[in-house]
Design a protein around this ligand. Structure first.
Ligand SMILES: [Fe+2]
Ligand SMILES: [Fe+2]
Length: 162
């Protein structure tokens, strides 16, 4: 595995984080409750932080990297995958999408991102690039935390209302 491949993978991850950030910024405009807006703002910030960590690795800024990686992930490693969006049909996000649709879209996106990072953290990639693998492992945990938060929001705001 080459440095060029590592670069492509990191660039792809930066793009994923930029798109996730844009999604949560847009979602804040769809949400009505202040508590929902606050949750989405927190998630937008988290995706920006992920992008910064990835850029730090790309720029080989070791001090930023090591300061950053330890802050990421779950303290307990016990993140519950609620699997609420997993079996729902895929949705598209049109400009007039409602809040429940946006939550399903976001939850599925977190699932996809979680799986992508976890495969990078565990596969052959990990043997060649242990430092990047450690970051992807932490990022995977964080995306699963995001999925959990989105699914709890969906339970509160959508499932309990119907
Ligand atoms: Fe992220
Ligand atoms: Fe996320």
């Amino acid at each position: 595995m080459s440095e060029a491949l590592l670069k492509r993978i990191l660039e792809g991850a930066v793009k994923i984080e930029e798109e996730s950030y844009a999604l949560y910024v847009k979602a804040q405009g769809i949400a009505k409750l202040p508590s929902s807006k606050a949750l989405l703002s927190e998630l937008a910030e988290a995706e920006l932080t992920h992008k910064e960590k990835l850029l730090a690795i790309m720029e080989k800024s070791a001090s930023v990297y090591w300061a950053g990686v330890s802050e990421l992930g779950s303290e307990t490693d016990q993140i519950e995958d609620l699997k609420i969006v997993d079996y729902m049909p895929d949705v598209t996000l049109s400009d007039d999408a409602d809040y429940p649709t946006m939550l399903i879209y976001a939850g599925k996106r977190e699932k996809m991102t979680y799986e992508h990072y976890r495969s990078l953290a565990e596969g052959p990639f990990a043997r060649y690039f242990p430092q990047a693998s450690e970051l992807f492992s932490k990022l995977a945990e964080e995306e699963l935390i995001h999925k959990n938060k989105i699914e709890r929001e969906y339970t509160e705001r959508v499932l309990k209302k119907n």
